[in-house]
Design a protein around this ligand. Sequence first.
Ligand SMILES: Nc1ncnc2c1ncn2[C@@H]1O[C@H](COP(=O)(O)OP(=O)(O)O)[C@@H](O)[C@H]1O
Ligand SMILES: CC(=O)N[C@@H](CCC(=O)OP(=O)(O)O)C(=O)O
Length: 287
Amino acid sequence: MSIDPRQQAEFLIEALPYMQRFQGSTLVIKYGGNAMTEPVLQEQFAYDVTLLKQVGMNPVIVHGGGPQINALLQRLDLPSKMLDGMRVTDDATMEVVEMVLGGLVNKQIVQGIQRAGGKALGLTGKDGNLIQAAKLQRDDGVDLGWVGEVTRVNAELIRFLDAGGVIPVIAPIGVGVGGESYNINADLVAGALASTLHAEKFVLMTNVAGVLDPENQLYERLRIAEVQQLMSNGVITGGMIPKLRCCLDALAGGVRAAHIIDGRVPHALLLEVFTRLGVGTLISDLD
Ligand SMILES: Nc1ncnc2c1ncn2[C@@H]1O[C@H](COP(=O)(O)OP(=O)(O)O)[C@@H](O)[C@H]1O
Ligand SMILES: CC(=O)N[C@@H](CCC(=O)OP(=O)(O)O)C(=O)O
């Protein structure tokens, strides 16, 4: 497919105000396991992130890997159980989670960015005490094993990498006070990073078009009060609930805008950042 060079020039000019506006700003991107299943999409994602960094933004990637963990658990004949979107994590499961997220998935993303000409460094939350965590305590007392929640983020380490031209690629494993590992939902880690870093944007890449109404039509824009209403009247269910809670927490923590976008759309990230249209659902009270 060849594009008219004049059209190409117009695309670049359309992106200019966004490049100027977001110069030096932090974008926390949650790259979900379901959004990274196709090699072509993975490659496009790597190019998108590299381009964002090249034009002066600071993308920080937090990745998931739920389907990839499920695949290895299955190959090892280990049971896999989720409760309210959280994996019940016993000792054996924790080993698999750490291997898949910190090893396989993390390095694939790092390698993709490097192939695109970017500089990336892969980390779990244990490296440099990046994501400090404690065991998740549920209100109903149900024990999920090694599932954690973020207690503190080492923002200095991220700023150091940003300043050095390096894109941090973070696996959602937390470290406890005794050095133990915790399995944390990637949305929660990304939300905590977005708040701590006062990110300009918090982008969650998933495998739906965005937040959908009861007729499956996309909400292009939601305000905080509208999200709260949709959560209480049952329009939003399942995995979308923790996702939106993270968005609301991040907005309350000083993030300017949260976006839920469809990672199955080619170059979804660039479309979101650089076009008037954007893609997916924008959640913000700012105009
Ligand atoms: N109103 C809604 N709009 C969009 N998705 C919704 C809605 N309510 C529930 N969902 C569900 O939330 C899912 C996204 O959450 P999840 O599967 O946890 O994503 P990920 O694996 O990317 O973290 C969607 O695939 C959809 O099944
Ligand atoms: C506690 C918990 O559930 N942790 C997740 C971590 C990975 C993740 O969040 O991956 P996605 O974003 O692809 O769903 C898990 O074990 O699957």
